[in-house]
Design a protein around this ligand. Structure first.
Ligand code: FES
Length: 98
């Protein structure tokens, strides 16, 4: 890839991120984020600090940010144990912390 084409690709990505908005719900609360935003970011933007609870009922949240620790798991559209640090937001998602 040439430098010019890389710059064009970057500009296209930035334009998309700036113009396209995704609407989801986090624990019933509406959240609007830029397209491409990861669920973990959207959940934090919604003000949630506890993504799930351990077996000892301790609050947990994202730790590694790369899909290894499983501390960021949430329920998405009824599907349990979705790693929010790896999952991009999609229009209309219903996200529940666990
Ligand atoms: S933050 Fe570790 S798996 Fe998501």
């Amino acid at each position: 890839m040439t430098e010019a084409s890389a710059k064009n690709l970057l500009a296209l990505c930035l334009d998309t991120m700036e113009t396209e908005q995704i609407h989801i719900r986090v624990n019933g609360r509406p959240v609007t984020v830029a397209a491409g935003t990861l669920l973990a970011v959207a959940i934090a933007q919604a003000g949630e600090t506890s993504f799930r609870h351990s077996v000892r009922n301790e609050s947990r949240g994202p730790l590694c940010g790369m899909g290894v620790c499983n501390e960021c798991r949430v329920t998405v559209n009824g599907q349990l144990h979705i790693r929010s640090c790896l999952t991009p937001c999609e229009e209309g998602m219903d996200v529940r912390t666990q």
